[in-house]
Design a protein around this ligand. Structure first.
Ligand code: TYM
Length: 342
């Protein structure tokens, strides 16, 4: 008799990016590249987390444009809307609904300790709003709604994923097994890409004009210029050697090169032995252009087809809505909300 193996249920990955600005090489190497690599093995949900963007003041028209552009870039980076669920957070009300409930199981002290809250409130001293403070609760809701096993993120989001686990664990302790406990997955190289001009600071998408940030939409000549001007170090050695303590700029460029070519640090050291930064920096630029060019061109084609992008949005919202309702109903029941009579 023929043996039919039981259909194995895939583990689930969930992740998201705030559409606060244009996607950077940091967002790609720290997050999206990893998502695409895990897609085959995991059932996948990727969200454009627009509700997270309004903790700081943003222009509404710009937010809408960035959100759609980000969705196009998700697809252009290789996320297939047929194979995974791509959606916009504000299209799925369960995120805000679960966030309220989880907020009641999150401690003031826990939220006060979040590094990102401390940094952002220092930067926006005139607008330290409640949303900025409770932001990690909404992020926990995003993750927990989909029965997520793994959350592929860059280094800066690890603390938020750990808090999400703590919240889930606390809820499970009160009401019995409800949520899976998700864990963060970080890329081996590229988990923290630094600014090309200030290698002490993370490469950030907040300011499009920042010469230290490489944007996925930057044309080749702009990318090359940014890499040629990248800060290396001022030691007399001027050699390509991985030393993140003393040669931060070079270590950052080596990480970028390693992430886009798949080469190890020792291979890179050998490749540029005796060649100096004048050869190394443009080589990193060329390698990055090689990876970003097809993505940029594909995103351009997709953005010209708004009907297609709208259809991806609609289908994604429907799939996400269906998947998230199951967990939300379970939570509502557990905490004691009266079911709505039919
Ligand atoms: P966000 O939008 O700041 O960043 C999106 C993702 O990109 C990674 N990343 C980087 N990785 C390496 N080097 C960099 N310079 C760099 N810059 C950004 C981030 O670590 C992140 O993985 N709170 C999240 C968004 C979010 C989310 C979620 C993520 C909301 N809900 C649920 C995962 C699951 C954020 O602000 O990421």
């Amino acid at each position: 008799m023929e043996h039919t193996p039981a259909l194995e249920k895939k583990l689930i990955q969930f992740s998201g990016i705030k559409p606060t600005g244009s996607l950077t090489l940091g967002s790609y190497l720290g997050a999206i590249k990893n998502w695409t690599e895990l897609c085959e093995e995991y059932e996948s949900f990727f969200c454009v987390v627009d509700m997270h963007s309004i903790t700081i003041r943003v222009d509404p028209a710009l937010l809408r444009r960035n959100a759609m552009e980000q969705l196009a870039y998700y697809i252009a980076c290789g996320l297939d809307p047929e194979a995974c669920t791509l959606f916009i957070q504000s299209h799925v009300p369960a995120h805000a609904e679960l966030s309220w409930v989880l907020g009641c199981y999150t401690m003031f002290g826990e939220l006060s300790r979040m590094t990102q809250f401390k940094e952002k409130s220092a930067k926006n001293a005139d607008n330290i709003n409640g949303g900025l403070f409770t932001y990690p609760v909404l992020m926990a809701a995003d993750i927990l709604l989909y029965d997520t096993d793994v959350v592929p993120v860059g280094e800066d989001q690890r603390q938020h994923v750990e808090l999400c686990r703590d919240i889930a664990n606390r809820f499970n302790g009160v009401y019995g097994e409800t949520f899976k406990l998700p864990r963060a997955i970080l890329p081996k190289v590229g988990a923290r890409i630094m600014s090309l001009t200030e290698p002490d600071h993370k490469m950030s998408k907040s300011d499009d004009r920042d010469p230290g940030s490489v944007l996925l939409k930057d044309p080749d000549d702009v990318i090359m210029r940014k890499f040629k001007r990248a800060v290396t170090d001022c030691d007399s050695e001027r050699c390509v050697r991985y030393d993140p303590e003393n040669k931060k700029g070079v270590a950052n460029l080596m990480s970028i090169y390693a992430a886009v070519t798949g080469k190890s640090f020792s291979e890179i050291e050998r490749e540029f032995d005796g060649k100096g930064y004048g050869v190394f920096k443009p080589a990193v630029g060329e390698a990055v252009c090689g990876v970003l060019r097809p993505i940029r061109e594909e995103a351009g084609r997709l953005l010209a087809d708004r009907t297609y992008l709208d259809s991806v949005c609609a289908a994604g919202a429907e799939k996400a809505e269906r998947a998230s309702r199951r967990i939300l109903s379970k939570v509502y029941k557990k905490v004691g909300f009266l079911p709505r009579p039919r």
